[in-house]
Design a protein around this ligand. Structure first.
Ligand code: UD1
Ligand code: CA
Length: 447
């Protein structure tokens, strides 16, 4: 089916005061991604011809986040949802398709729901407006959608509603689909003659009805249209998102011993037979291949973990950590911008940053790559099969050759050749019996 072009108008000019934040409300992250970008991803799946975000304050923040992926229209002052949509008219000059109206703080509308609204708009009875409605347990505060014989006879805000209308549960999510040609013509006729002295978007339904047109509701699951107005709702939505993602991970073949303690990012990729122990946090950009084990209390971000790797307990993988097949990163090891080749191991208490570690190399407990001099970062290269003794400091830039051994406690600041032993520590002083004589003398002195 060839589809009419689609434009999305995303409202985000509301003050968002309940967040008490300097960050724009729609940029607060869920699963490591701004809520607006979750919504944009669902919109993008429709391949829209145009996207316009309507913004009040915090325009620069939205500009930076969107990075040119959508147009911005400014609404100043904010005179209501109808007025907000009107602000997008200029950006849609010459656009003649279907318009989807969305809210930036309602981030989890599925693409299929948006498509269902568009399909309904293009059905044979050609409705003027399609409203996305839902039935919350408690509709207090929402606008009500009064439906009779399959068509909306009235849209009414809580503050303007009669008791009989307040008793209606079917509520307005705020989201609509309207043909561009109808939308702006209807909006031009909206007034602010209501309890809140606002230009209500919902009035386009009442005006279309008065013209003898038909307006209809598409009903959806309350979760899909849940809005976020406070930090508590943000946390609630995060929880709901995580709960779904955990089930998905298990359905896809991962074992989560305590699913409710594992936190995924929006883009975490997890293979089959991956074992994730309790209390693991994933930031963005992580992929885990089949059969890897992530032990308890690990924090992992921007990392790629190959088949059969073992990570943690208490490991930290930071952006650019690449673990090749069967590599091991143990407790209290931090890895940043570093590759560990096949079967390489850093099992205890290390910092491996800006490094390339060859296959089967063994990094002893307490080894540190000294990658920073306070001004610049430098690289450490460790050859295949090299053995780094415990508590070594590798002062970058430095190369340790293949199969080389660095003795425990060495501070290595010059390259080590293949197969070399490097030992950087003071000669040992051996004094047999000295301690016994010392104790005797001191005890006598003390009496
Ligand atoms: C609106 C609907 C109501 C619906 C509810 C769902 C109207 C008149 N009312 O209520 O029927 O049940 O959403 O949550 O449409 N915004 C702007 N500029 C403005 C005003 C709002 O951009 O001048 C944006 C907000 O950022 C937000 C959205 O529009 O994303 C909704 O605003 P909000 O004030 O939460 O909704 P209500 O008007 O109370
Ligand atoms: Ca409101």
């Amino acid at each position: 089916m060839t589809q009419t072009p689609i434009a999305a108008i995303i409202l985000a000019a509301g003050k968002g005061t309940r967040m008490k934040s300097d960050l724009h409300k729609v940029l607060h992250p869920i699963a490591g991604r701004p809520m607006l970008m979750h919504l944009m991803a669902s919109v993008d799946a429709l391949e829209p011809a145009k996207k316009v975000v309507v913004v009040g304050s915090g325009k620069e923040q939205l500009e930076a986040a969107l990075a040119g992926s959508a147009d911005l229209a400014v609404q100043e002052p904010q005179l209501g949802t109808g007025h907000a949509v009107q602000m997008a008219e200029g950006a849609l000059t010459g656009f003649n398709g279907d318009v989807l109206i969305l809210y930036g703080d309602v981030p989890f509308v599925p693409t299929a729901t948006m498509q269902a609204m568009i399909d309904r708009l293009n059905a044979v009875d050609a409705p003027a407006v399609v409203v996305l409605a839902f039935e919350p347990e408690d509709p207090t505060g929402y606008g009500r959608v009064i439906v009779e014989d399959g068509r909306i006879v009235k849209m009414v805000e809580q503050k303007d509603a009669t008791d009989a209308e307040k008793a209606v549960k079917l509520s307005n999510s705020g989201l609509m689909a309207v043909k561009a040609a109808d939308l702006f013509a209807l909006l031009a006729r909206v007034t602010d003659d209501n309890a809140q002295k606002e230009y209500y978007l919902t009035d386009i339904v009442n005006i279309a009805n008065a013209d003898g047109r038909t307006c209809v509701a598409v009903t959806t699951d309350p979760f899909d249209v849940a809005g976020i107005n406070s930090r508590a709702q943000l946390a609630e939505m995060e929880g709901a998102w995580q709960a779904r993602r955990r089930v998905q991970a298990m359905d896809d073949g991962a074992t989560l011993i305590a699913p409710e303690t594992v936190w995924f990012a929006h883009d975490t990729v997890i293979g089959r037979d991956v074992l994730i122990e309790p209390n693991v946090f994933f930031g963005p950009g992580v992929s885990i291949s089949d059969g890897a084990t992530i032990r308890a209390f690990s924090h992992i971000e921007g990392a790629s973990i190959a088949t059969g790797c073992e990570v943690g307990p208490y490991a930290r993988l930071r952006p650019g950590a690449v673990l090749e097949e069967k590599a091991k990163v143990g407790n209290f090891v931090e890895v940043k911008k570093a590759r560990l080749g096949k079967g390489a191991k850093a099992n205890h208490l290390s910092y491996i940053g800006d490094a390339d570690v060859g296959a089967k190399a063994n990094i002893g407990a307490g080894t540190i790559t000294c990658n920073y001099d306070g001004y610049f970062k430098y690289k450490t290269v460790i050859g295949e099969g090299a053995f780094i003794g415990s508590n070594s400091a590798l002062v970058a830039p430095v190369k340790i050759g293949r199969d080389a051994i660095v003795a425990a406690g060495s501070a290595v600041s010059r390259d080590v050749a293949d197969g070399e032993l490097r030992l950087v520590r003071a000669e040992q002083l051996v004094k047999p019996g000295w301690a016994d004589r010392f104790h005797d003398a001191m005890r006598k002195k003390k009496g």
